[in-house]
Design a protein around this ligand. Structure first.
Ligand SMILES: Cc1cc2nc3c(=O)[nH]c(=O)nc-3n(C[C@H](O)[C@H](O)[C@H](O)COP(=O)(O)OP(=O)(O)OC[C@H]3O[C@@H](n4cnc5c(N)ncnc54)[C@H](O)[C@@H]3O)c2cc1C
Ligand SMILES: *[C@@H]1O[C@H](CO)[C@@H](O)[C@H](O)[C@H]1NC(C)=O
Ligand SMILES: *[C@@H]1O[C@H](CO)[C@@H](O)[C@H](O)[C@H]1NC(C)=O
Ligand SMILES: *[C@@H]1O[C@H](CO)[C@@H](O)[C@H](O)[C@H]1NC(C)=O
Ligand SMILES: *[C@@H]1O[C@H](CO)[C@@H](O)[C@H](O)[C@H]1NC(C)=O
Ligand SMILES: *[C@@H]1O[C@H](CO)[C@@H](O)[C@H](O)[C@H]1NC(C)=O
Length: 496
């Protein structure tokens, strides 16, 4: 009986991934079996698992339910870079499909796991350390942001990382929008040194000036296509210890009556605020239950100083609010504001846009999103429309550090995030819903010249094509993966 259920489950899984590219077939399956057998010999059975409790926990670990339903042929748990080299060489030599998982928060189906392939899981590489001599933080790829920020807080420093605690270092490879971004750039802009295992298993150390400077740049926004990073050395930001309440801010919550005022305030902030000490995130969330919508709109506002200057934040502060939690905060507390978001078990979907323009443009985006939310109210548990202002200071901080491959031509725009959490019980995006999402992308197109944000896109969005340095990115990809192995054997952003 149990076997029967397992078989039925296997068939269902196989059907639901059938639409994925690249598809698994008997050839790729037997390649993965071969790679796993090799790795079982070279790395040993404790680091390479094909069944059992540790395998099951890892195979079902992903944040997005869609990524917790794959059955990798084996899962490799590296402890040092050399283990990753050994695994990548076996994957390459056998022509296996593969995937890499760090913090597991990719919403994109198949980007952090694999069917009939090898999954490299970084759950045993989670070290973080601070070196005062070089003023750098070294992160192993398996660490999550809350762990990283907590580990180095005693030294009064922080890495530029995510705004949600359970998210991991994959964020760095897509760029990274942080509470520290207005002064430091995208999180990836703080890279100092990266250990990268190339597609053949060779390992190189890339910096802004050495012979791998092109690879170094491509990894600031190029995602998982260029190699596997096994060590990130990043700049330390002197944010203070938890005793230093050097920030001020928090969360203001509004109801739907304040939507228009909040959108206008957001548009003005995006356009006008270029103070590296100021950071904000504005989120419109519709929670759904029993066919009804319960809106919760929020402004998260922080200033690296003793108060929120009214010249910058006055609009938000004067809009009628449901509640307001503002006060002096350490950076550890700022980083903890949004909590962990380790809420697994839901089908999740992302989409991206980027806007520069007047109030009407922001109102328009909101109205389209509201219609979308209302139309599919029965499919969702919640939907969110979020605006992250990207000031010029952020773009310049990145350029000063050698530039990233996102190559945004300017700042003073908003990265727009669309997040949909499906109701429990819905196991995949119904076609009609994907059509609705596609319509929404047409209704909220990115303003001309602005890059889409890789970490929060829909898998079908042409993010790389939106980068000004797309041609350069393609050249770098061709140099480091001349046979196109990664595009053919692992899922990720399209267009290379
Ligand atoms: C709740 C939530 C909050 C978020 N908040 C933010 C935010 O504040 N700012 C922001 O910028 N983004 C945010 N994101 C988006 C986030 O940056 C992406 O989801 C990111 O991909 C997550 O990285 P991860 O390590 O957790 O996920 P994973 O799924 O483990 O990794 C993401 C991708 O990177 C690849 N990858 C990971 N590590 C490596 C490596 N070492 N070498 C090569 N490839 C690798 C994976 O294969 C995968 O394709 C958020 C996402 C969620 C779900
Ligand atoms: C199996 O898949 C691989 C890669 O996706 C493809 O190159 C190959 O032609 C496929 N083989 C068969 C027999 O379908
Ligand atoms: C792990 O971090 C500690 C400090 O937190 C450091 O002393 C140690 O050298 C690090 N180990 C590795 C393998 O990086
Ligand atoms: C929103 O809150 C204000 C008071 O802060 C109240 O007057 C208004 O009726 C509320 N609107 C909704 C839709 O709940
Ligand atoms: C919606 O999400 C909340 C937690 O975020 C959960 O308690 C609830 O059960 C979910 N409802 C559905 C219908 O998925
Ligand atoms: C509202 O959304 C539905 C579903 O995507 C769509 O058919 C309809 O055209 C939308 N209406 C407007 C005014 O955009």
């Amino acid at each position: 009986m149990r076997l029967y259920i397992l078989l039925v489950h296997a068939v269902l899984v196989a059907q639901s991934i059938a639409a994925l590219f690249p598809p698994g077939n008997e050839t790729t399956h037997s390649a993965a079996v071969q790679a796993c057998q090799q790795l079982d010999h070279t790395l040993g059975p404790s680091l390479v698992q094909s069944s059992g409790a540790e395998y099951e926990a890892a195979a079902t670990n992903a944040w997005n339910l869609l990524n917790a339903e794959f059955a990798p042929t084996c899962i490799v748990f590296p402890q040092i870079s050399q283990h990753v080299q050994t695994a990548m060489k076996a994957i390459y030599d056998t022509g296996s499909h593969y995937a890499v998982q760090a913090g597991s928060h990719s919403a994109m189906k198949g980007w952090n796991t694999v069917q009939d392939g090898v999954l490299i899981m970084f759950s045993q590489m989670k070290n973080a350390s601070y070196d005062p001599v070089t003023d750098s933080i070294t992160l192993e790829p398996g660490i999550h942001w809350q762990e990283a920020v907590t580990a180095v807080e005693p030294f009064g420093v922080a890495p530029v990382g995510g705004r949600v605690g359970d998210v991991g270092t994959g964020l760095l490879l897509g760029g990274g929008l942080s509470w520290l971004s207005p002064s430091q750039g995208y999180a990836a802009d703080t890279f100092k040194e990266l250990d990268v295992v190339l597609v053949t298993g060779e390992m190189v150390t890339a910096t802004v000036t050495n012979e791998y400077s092109d690879l170094f740049r491509a990894l600031k926004g190029g995602g998982n296509r260029f190699g596997i990073v096994t060590r990130y050395k990043v700049s330390a930001v002197h944010t203070g210890t938890n005793d230093d309440k050097s920030f001020f801010g928090g969360t203001i919550t509004y109801n739907s009556s304040s939507a228009e005022a909040l959108l206008k305030a957001t548009a003005r902030y995006v356009h006008e605020t270029n103070d590296p000490k100021a950071v904000s995130l504005v989120t419109f969330t519709n929670a759904m239950a029993d066919g009804q919508i319960f809106p919760v709109y929020m402004a998260l506002l922080f200033y690296n100083g003793p108060e929120l200057p009214t010249a910058i934040f006055g609009d938000f502060l004067s809009i009628p609010a449901v509640s307001s939690q503002l006060g002096p905060l350490s950076y550890l507390e700022v980083a903890g504001t949004l909590g962990l978001e380790n809420d697994r078990g839901y089908v999740q979907h992302f989409g991206a846009s980027a806007l520069v323009g007047d109030e009407a443009l922001f109102l328009d985006a909101f109205n389209h999103w509201s219609n979308f939310s209302a139309t599919f109210v029965d499919s969702f548990n919640q939907t969110t429309l979020a605006f992250t202002p990207i000031p010029d200071s952020q773009i310049h901080a990145g350029r000063d550090r050698g530039g990233n491959i996102i190559s945004a031509p300017r700042g003073q725009f908003a990265a727009v995030q669309l997040l949909q959490q499906l109701r429990i019980g819905l196991q995949d995006l119904p076609r009609v819903l994907q059509n609705g999402i596609d319509l929404l992308f047409e209704q909220i197109p990115p303003s001309p010249g602005l890059p889409l944000y890789l970490n929060e896109c829909d898998a079908g969005q042409k993010v790389f094509q939106s980068y000004s340095d797309f041609e350069l990115l393609k050249m770098i990809y061709a140099k480091y993966d001349p046979t196109g192995f990664n595009v053919a054997h692992t899922q990720g952003p399209i267009g290379l």
